[in-house]
Design a protein around this ligand. Sequence first.
Ligand code: A3P
Length: 295
Amino acid sequence: MDSSESDYSENFGKVHGILMYKDFLKYWDDVETFQAREDDVLIVTYPRSGTTWVSEIVDMIYKEGDDKKCREDAIFNRIPFLECRKEDALNGVKQLKLMASPRLVKTHLPPELLPVSFWEKNCKIIYVCRNAKDVAVSFYYFFKMVPVHPDPGTFSEFVEKFMNGLVPYGSWYKHAKSWWEKKNNSRMLFLYYEDLKEDIRKEVIKLIQFLGRKSSKELVDKIIQHTSFQEMKNNPSTNYTMLPDEMMNQKICSFIRKGISGDWKNHFTVALNEKFDVHYEQEMKGSTLKLRTEI
Ligand code: A3P
């Protein structure tokens, strides 16, 4: 079977109808029964939407602009990935259990799969949304570099899967729309990757205020400097080079890859773009969520 025919079902399992990494599913009970703490802060995204960028900004806020402290450990240890579970390596639930409060938690889960204790404890949630076209491009390269994924085939073959939600975490449209519906909750901050690209200072200040911390020009300057694309690309504690090639092969492509808005224009043909736009309209009909595909 070539990659255009496969539905990836051999490579991934499903949880409540959503495609998910098989390794993660083996211990899904641990995720469902996870015990949140009141002062946990969740950073939620659909994959490839700027999770790492915002995570580093939030950790810098928590560490009061001390970049040396942030550099002390890899980002996947400082901000554990809740549902991530490998046999003998990363285990988000275990890492979080052992962690002192306040904890920063990364997840890609849609709201319906989020452990209920996060709702019960009324935890603060930061959702970062990125336009679907750039997410599809970034996810395509992620498939190529992370060996747990099947061969994504050509870009247009991959986009077809993406449009049909046949990728881990399922439909981008459902994910974005259902988190958008939660945006009026005062414990939630809804951010856009495109806004971060356009005016990072404004978004950093928004984050500082949301987290109830004191803002100063010095703090904001330090955060902007430390979390710039180039800094994060060169920083071993943020660029995932601490992971072995078997888990993430950065010889194929860097985890922190291009960091721009509008790279989709270099990948979508006119025909694919037209098809995508029609499908997008259908999927997003009735939603007030509006994203910019260029800035
Ligand atoms: P590209 O593949 O388009 O370059 P996530 O952390 O959710 O996996 O998202 C990864 C995407 O965020 C990648 O997008 C990556 O390059 C981009 N990114 C990471 N750090 C960034 C930064 N400091 N500034 C801008 N983009 C960044």
